[in-house]
Design a binder for this molecule. Structure first.
Ligand code: 13P
Ligand code: SF4
Length: 315
């Protein structure tokens, strides 16, 4: 792989800024990106907000600092724009755990069910779904489905179970999960709560049930961020990917944020290994080389667009 000329970090930022102007590019970043990438982005948000930004941007080039399914969504919404992803290997354990052929068979087994699918899936799975949702929009979408219509929810069983409880809807769940959100140790979180009795536990709904059960607040990345700004507590144990803490500290510098610890002491399992494949250097290189970019078969794109448009209309 080509590398960047040695220089200071400021040089790299200057070069990214120059390329952003030259290309008329917008840099969109998810909260799970490293802090420097979040700081140089034009917009940082959760999956729904990023999809909305991708739809509304007037830039010619979208540089997506996130994972593959997010950049694919941007491409589905913008077939004529160049969509760059710093590292094409930036996948997602949920998307990988739901291959299109198996998902098609699942749908065929339950032909009368409506397929509501979490945005963390491939374009092929989106094309086979009725409505896409994100963690911030899922509850609202499910509540708009007629009560007698059975639902298949894929691919996150933890989010699906949580939504079933919230909405009172029984749903058939695909058996997938996020490796990062399943890495948190219940015992270590209990220990932390004993050590910091004033701290509130705030969790992403991709976490497992025992952690959600004793959380003070559950929400998407953006909702967790708003919560810590509005709530009166001063200490939080944060059970989601640790990248969000960068924005929490910026928004509420007087408060303390403690990352929920993973089971395994030696790994950084509370950092998404896919998200963290993106680096400032790769961000610069993808803008310089206008590569790697997302390409997609037009027929597939048109099919995948339908359930994404439904999500945007229903959210
Ligand atoms: P959000 O929609 O909350 O940003 O979640 C995205 C994600 O990948 C969570 O792991
Ligand atoms: Fe996928 Fe989990 Fe990473 Fe989110 S944190 S992108 S769900 S692997």
């Amino acid at each position: 792989m080509q590398s960047v000329k040695k220089g200071s970090k400021d040089d790299l930022k200057d070069q990214i800024n120059e390329l952003r102007k030259e290309l008329n590019a917008v840099i969109l970043a998810h909260y799970y990106q490293e802090a420097e990438i979040q700081d140089i982005a034009d917009f940082v948000g959760d999956s729904l907000e990023l999809a909305r930004k991708a739809k509304s941007t007037s830039a010619d080039v979208i540089v997506f600092a996130g994972v593959n399914f997010m950049a694919e969504t941007a491409k589905i919404l913008n077939p004529d724009k160049l969509v760059l992803l710093p590292d094409l290997e930036a996948g997602c354990s949920l998307a990988e755990g739901c291959p299109a052929n198996d998902f098609k068979a699942f749908r065929e087994k339950y032909p009368d069910h409506l397929a509501i699918t979490y945005i963390n899936c491939s374009a092929e799975v989106k094309a086979l779904s009725d409505i896409i949702c994100t963690s911030s929009s899922a509850e609202k979408i499910i509540n708009q489905i007629p009560i007698d219509k059975p639902i298949l929810f894929s691919p996150d069983r933890n989010l699906g179970r949580y939504l079933s409880q919230k909405t009172g809807r029984e749903m058939l769940l695909w058996n997938g999960s996020c490796h990062v959100h399943e890495s948190f140790s219940e015992q270590k979180i209990i220990d932390l709560r004993l050590k910091y009795p004033e701290a509130k536990l705030i969790s992403h709904p991709e976490c497992e049930e025992p952690i959600l059960m004793f959380s003070h607040f559950i929400g998407s990345t953006s909702k967790l961020l708003s919560y810590v700004q509005e709530d009166s507590s001063v200490q939080y144990i944060v059970a989601t990917e640790a990248g969000i803490i960068h924005q929490m500290k910026k928004a509420a510098p007087e408060k303390e944020f403690i990352p929920a610890p993973p089971e395994n002491d030696v790994c950084s399992c509370n950092e998404c290994p896919y998200m963290r494949l993106n680096t400032m250097e790769k961000l610069y290189l993808c803008m310089k080389n206008e590569y790697p970019s997302i390409t997609m078969d037009e027929e597939l794109r048109k099919k995948a667009l339908i359930p994404i448009e439904k999500m945007l209309a229903m959210s």
